[in-house]
Design a protein. Sequence first.
Length: 146
Amino acid sequence: MDNVDQKRSDNIGKAVSTSESDVNQENIEAWKPEDNSNPQINNPKEEIDENAIIDAVSTIYDPEIPVNVYDLGLIYAIDLHDDGKVQVEMTLTAPNCPSAQELPVMVHQAIEKVKGVTEVKVEIVWDPPWDPSRMSDEARLTLNMF
């Protein structure tokens, strides 16, 4: 090989000479940026999986009832947006529910951990009012409400 030496510039602009024999192709790795990501901030280009949102919400239980908020029928709507935003409309079993302050926060925190979610808004709504007909069959069975 006639031209074995290749010239390249390093980060301060000096010319450095390397030969092909010095470069071992097996040890070359592609450059990857340092992982400075915050686990709470997700990539907005990732598609949000609706089932993952439901699974996350299903981990939240009303402290007074042994059924999760999703199966209780407290989640009225889950809107997923292309930019990673999730909007949730939920209610409580009663306006004077002792968990009125903590349940929406717990739902918010569970959803923001889902891959692809960039922003969460949880809104409490009272219309229509919650009633036991909104519960899943599994919740009715758990609470002996058949």
